[in-house]
Each structure stands twice: as structure tokens, then as C-alpha cells.
Design a protein around this ligand. Sequence first.
Ligand code: ADP
Length: 454
Amino acid sequence: MKYWGEYKIRLAKTILGEQVAIQNLSYYRNQLFYYIVLYTLAFSPIAIVPGIFASYLTGFINLAILNIATFLILIILALVKPINIETRKIILISILFIIAWTLFFELNLEGPGLMYLFTVTIVTCLIHSGKSAYLLILFNSIILCFIGLNIEFQWLSLAITENQSITTWFGIVVNLIFLSIIIVACFEIIFKKLEKIIVQQRILNETVNQDNQKILNTQKVLKEKNEELNQFAHTIAHDLKEPLRSMQAFSHLTISKYKDSIPEKGQEFLHHIQTSSERMALLLDSLLEYSQLGKGKQKSVFSVKELVKELEKDLSQLIQENEAIIRYNGLPKIIGYELEFKQLLQNLIANAIKFRKDNEEIEVKIKANEKDKHWEFLVTDNGIGIDSKHREKIFTIFHRLHKNKFPGTGLGLANCKKIVEIHGGDIWVDSIPEKGSTFYFTISKNLEAAPINE
Ligand code: ADP
């Protein structure tokens, strides 16, 4: 097997050279030629060696010489380097052609001779071109007609036609020529169609490649824009904090210094200013956190089960206050960004507890399914649920549904989406209002597949 492999490579290098791209029909013609030489050279000794012996024993020395010459030419054809492929093809066609006519004149075998001529025509059409096959048919026809006429006029004494009648001869020859023309013509039609398909496929491949390049460029631009937006959000959140701190400090100062001289309504307004600025500070902090998400992330292998156990401890106050039950089973070890992944689960569990139904025990289930290329996680609750029209919007920044009933910043799920995306995954929700929600998210097993939001 090892030798066969080496032989194949050697032959491919000699015959085909550095031919790599599929350009047109000639690529397949060259391949076919290569395989013909590959198998003929390897297995021809099975026919040639007995042929040489038989020819020698029966006194057909010329035939024995032809056999040896054929084998040597085959070796040169397959293994000698500085010959171009078209010349190699012509050499092979010539050998076959000579063998056919030798069968005719040396062995006086008219049937096998004609069959061989037919085969040479077909091989020529397959590995070279229809035009050369037609030329060969023309050449054969001229010689065969000459032999036919020779039966009548006896210009030369030919053993092969000794007992032949001119009618039988032309009957056979016309059949052979007719068959050759029909088959070559059919091959030509099929080859033309094939050529068309190959060209179309090449154009299609080029278009796909161009489109892929465009997508890659767009991804690059998106990544840059995303980075710009992140930077923008970071700067805004950071810079706004300073005047906000002044507002908070001065409103606080005003209340503490002039409390007695400010009427009750004025105090109430100042109090509103204070709570609003506290909320704004919270929002700015969340925005800062969002813009920094994933920066300096570190890939590691970690157990999701252990992470959930840690989260149970971190969220113990919230869990106990709400008497929530967290159930999980068969959570895997994965490769990911542990800190970010923990925040993702924390947001989903905290939301599952926060958006609870009154008077119903909270149950949160966490599950994982292994898929071919990713992990799929499910966080299910029996809370208030989400109307279908909001299922996509809730993942956008600052989008909140129950502003007055539940506290929050509207950044939790946006954070989740960003974290899932840096893990090359996706997040979505399935929910029945008043029955509960299941948040699904996926984590790619191959984190090298560059996510846009990195
Ligand atoms: P926040 O929790 O700060 O309001 P999020 O981004 O975490 O912001 O969630 C956005 C909105 O999605 C929430 O305001 C809420 O209306 C809805 N939501 C999130 N999780 C759940 C849940 N488990 N059940 C019902 N609604 C939810």
C-alpha cells in the first residue's frame, strides 16, 4: 500500500505537475489520462510478459519487439519528467494505434484489429479532443477503404483480405466508422454540456468567495463599530458621573443646610432630585459595566455545576427571602470565560426570582444539552412570563417591561446577550405569560470561531 501510494504521487507529479485548481474540462481529461497510465503501467506486465513469450514461441519476433517497446514507452511516458502532458497523450494514442495496425498486418486479425481501432478512437476522444478523434476516424477510413479496394484491384498482396469479398469488408468497415462517429459525436455533446457546468460552477465558486470576503469585511467593520460604540458608552458613562456627583452633593448640601427655610413642597422636590440622581448613578455604573464586559476575559475549563453552587451562596439572601428552590442536574464542564459565564447565570437566576408570581413558590430549573458544535443551556422559571411581542426587545439595552412593579436597570439581559456572543452563541426566550419562561442560550465548543462582539 505504501509503495502504491508513493507510485501514485510520483506519477501525479510527473504527469499532472502542479495542477491544482479545477479550471475546465481539460482538467478532467488530464485526470483521466493520468489514471489510464497509472493502471496500465502497473498491470500491463500481466498481458505483456505472456505476450512476449507467446510471440517468441510462435515466431512473431516483430510482435515480441513491439511488446517490449510498448512497455518501455509506457515507462518513459509515466516517469520521464520534461515532457508536456499533450505530448504524453499523443504518445499513448500512437502506441495504441500502432498495436491496432500490427494486429491487422502482422497477425492478420481483422476482428480484434478493428475493435482496437475503435477503442483508440474512443480513448482519443476521452483524453484528448473530439477533433483528434474525428481526424483518426478519417485516417482509419482512408486506410480501410484502400484495403477494401485492394481486394478488388489487387494493387498489393495482403494476407488479411485473402479470402474476403469486397462487400463483406465494406459492410464491416462502414459499421465500424458509423459507430465511431456516432459515439464521438455523443461524447462531444456531453462534454460541451459538462464544460458549461464546470464553467458555471467556477463562476459560482468565485461569487461565493467574493461574497465570503465581503462578509468578512463587514464583520471587521462591525467589530470596529462595536468597539467604537463600547468606547463611546464607556466615555459617556464615565464623564457623566462627575457632574452627577456634584448634583447629588449640592442637593444633599441644600437639604442639610437650608432644611428649615425650604417649604415642604421644595423639600419633596429636592428629595426627588436625589432619588433620580441615585438611579442615574446606578444606570451609569451598569452602562460602564456593560461597556467593559468581556475586556480581559480569560478562557478556562470550569464546571457549571460548581459555578451554580457558588451562585447559590452568592445569592443566598435573595433565595432565602423569596424561598426560591433552584434545581439542576447533569451540568457539564465546559471551556469558556468563567467570570462572564457566572454573571450570565447570575442575571438569569436573579431575574427568574425577581419576576415571580405572587403567592406561588418559586422554582428555577437549570439544564444543559450537549449538541454537536455547542452546549445548550436552559434556565426555566414559573414566574410572570413574557408576552411574545417583547421576546426579542428585552435583550436590548435599557428595555424593561414592568418598570413600576420591579426594580432594575434594563441592562441584565443585554449583558447576557453580550456574554453569550463572546462565547460564539445565541440567547432567546420561550415563555407563556402567567405560566413562566425558559431562557435558552448556547455556548460554542470552539471559541476560536471569532464572535463579532469581542
Ligand atoms: P431588568 O431586570 O433590570 O429590568 P433585564 O434586562 O434583566 O432588566 O430584563 C429586561 C426585561 O425582561 C425585564 O424588565 C422584564 O420585564 C423581562 N424579564 C427578564 N427576565 C424575566 C423573567 N425571568 N420573567 C419574566 N420577565 C422577565
